[in-house]
Design a protein around this ligand. Structure first.
Ligand code: ADP
Ligand code: ZN
Length: 519
């Protein structure tokens, strides 16, 4: 109840040391633990590696009764179970793969468990509620709480059913945990899980030792080789598909470094072996899909490279956050291309209607991160609701201010050429029309008679390709089913002169993945 006896700070610190061996809390951990011990529901937004598990495990051992932990992945639960048990915490999981379910239920009923991990689909079943009423529940911990929100990037309907379960125990505090929540998602989590607004605790998101760089992808293999060569320690290369992972793991061997693939399609034994090899290695490059990284404790990852755009700013932050957990200098390099955005925007059509706006906002946010000529870190931190200084001195744009040109005029020429040629041709064709190349395809269709034929000057011509890329990222150009370009997003506003198109000019050569020392 709300009048739960408070624990003196000294007792909390004693238990922190006795159970986990730590001498102090990190960041907001203490605030979260104290609130929960006072019986107040809380949403803790803490970046990966900030130590979320401790914030429910410590109250779980201190409060009478069992802490029910809802977690979305069985593998994650078993990781947590192992580390909790290793600390002498009485814990169990209740999942379809556990053979000792009867025994676990008995342990819960007889008050012999500090922690009970369950998946949301089990937690939302009536007989689970019935079971809880027969034992003693100390608190609810909802891990990966962004799954409850349609605004989050990983909505799981079962999370919605947790509310009625928890409402059946009005005096039991709820602790929702997530590493990834923008303002909108946060507000939604609070509302969905019945946590008061004053219960929001946000940890600092800055990872000052990570140097961010985001460059257009022109020759990915060469660009990745450069990243590897410049960063001798262990690193992760994220690629979007299993096939690309396999291929890159093969090709990057040429770097002379050990490279292994990791994706969900590999035999579980191979996957586990590759993972342990990586954890033990001091120079390995792990080429992986996003399946890799969850629950992996390797503090000395020196670089994370993305061969393509991640799904969202949240995913970017989470994936790059696997670099430099030891606090030593590390780099995060993303290679991006127009295709990444074209595909992401095409996939919008498959998204359920009521989630589409949220998805689109996420793509637009990612496009601004990629396109910004300003500090990447400042943009990231503002996205997570912080108020950072305008420049960090440790991202590509801060280290070398990019040149920005006002490409609005050229953009209008490009968009009107797309429009006048019927919104069905690819970039190469539109470029020919704009630069006045009257080849057979062009003359056959009388496109050499259009007002846009040859209107791009020799000075402007080199801007066309980066501009097309930028307009695709922004959604003003979209791909048709047959791979042609069509107008979308704010294309009309640009054509009418109501929207500007600043264009970041990326220095040629190696891009800006790092300070290149000649050669
Ligand atoms: P998260 O779930 O937020 O990603 P974890 O709970 O896995 O983070 O914790 C990350 C690492 O930090 C773990 O190795 C954990 O033992 C360590 N850790 C957590 N809290 C503390 C602390 N107060 N002092 C020292 N190490 C801590
Ligand atoms: Zn910066």
């Amino acid at each position: 109840s709300l009048t739960q006896t408070a624990f003196p700070e000294s007792e909390i610190l004693d238990r922190l040391h006795a159970v986990f061996g730590f001498n102090a809390f990190r960041g907001v951990q203490q605030d979260v633990v104290e609130r929960v011990l006072e019986g107040r529901s809380t949403l803790a937004v803490m970046p990966t590696g900030a130590g979320k598990s401790l914030t429910y495990q410590l109250p779980a051992v201190m409060l009478p009764g069992t802490c029910i932990v809802v977690s979305p992945l069985i593998a994650l639960m078993h990781d947590q179970l192992r580390s909790a048990t290793a600390n002498g915490i009485r814990a169990a999981t209740l999942t379809s793969v556990d053979m000792d379910r009867g025994q676990t239920i008995d342990r819960f009923l007889s008050g012999d468990l500090d922690l009970l991990y369950v998946a949301p689909e089990r937690a939302s079943q009536p007989h689970f509620l019935e079971m809880l009423t027969r034992g003693r529940v100390a608190m609810f911990a909802i891990d990966e709480a962004h799954c409850v929100s349609e605004w989050g990037h990983d909505f799981r309907p079962d999370y919605r059913l947790l509310r009625p379960l928890m409402d059946a125990f009005p005096d039991v505090p709820r602790l929702a945990l997530t590493a990834t929540a923008d303002r909108h998602t946060r507000a939604d989590i609070l509302a969905q899980l019945g946590i008061p607004e004053e219960g929001l605790i946000v940890a600092g998101f800055d990872r000052p030792n990570i140097r961010y760089a985001i460059v257009p992808r022109d020759n990915p293999l060469r660009q990745l080789m450069t990243v590897i060569a410049e960063n001798p320690g262990p690193g992760i290369v994220y690629a979007p598909t299993r096939a690309q992972v396999e291929k890159l793991a093969e090709q990057l061997q040429a770097s002379g470094r050990p490279c292994l693939p990791y994706h969900a399609g590999l035999d579980p034994q191979v996957r586990a072996a590759n993972q342990s090899a990586f954890v033990a290695s001091e120079d390995m490059v792990m080429v992986a899909t996003v399946a890799f990284g969850m629950g992996i404790d390797k503090p000395d990852v020196r670089f994370v490279a993305h061969a393509a755009c991640p799904k969202s700013i949240e995913s970017y932050y989470q994936e790059t956050g696997r670099a430099g957990r030891d606090g030593d200098p590390s780099v995060a390099v993303m290679l991006w291309g127009a295709e990444d955005f074209v595909r992401a925007r095409q996939r919008l059509a498959e998204v359920e209607e009521h989630r589409r706006a949220g998805e689109r906002t996420r793509i637009d946010a990612l496009a601004s991160l990629v396109e910004t000529p300003h500090c990447r870190r400042a943009l990231l931190l503002r996205h997570f609701g912080e108020n950072p200084p305008p420049s960090c001195g440790n991202c590509d744009n801060c280290l070398e201010a990019p040149r920005v040109t006002d490409a609005t005029e050229v953009a209008r020429k490009l968009l009107s050429a797309v429009y006048r040629t019927g919104q069905s041709f690819g970039f190469g064709y539109v470029e020919k029309v704009l630069t006045g190349v009257a080849d057979e395809r062009v003359t056959q269709r009388a496109h050499d008679q259009l007002s846009v034929f040859g209107i791009v000057t020799a000075d402007e011509a080199p801007l066309l390709r980066p501009l097309a890329r930028a307009l695709q990222a922004r959604g003003a150009l979209v791909a048709t089913e047959h791979g042609g370009l069509a107008l979308g997003g704010d294309a009309r506003a640009i054509l009418k002169g109501e929207a500007d198109v600043p264009l970041v000019l990326v220095p040629k050569k190696e891009g800006r993945s790092g300070r290149r020392k000649g050669g």
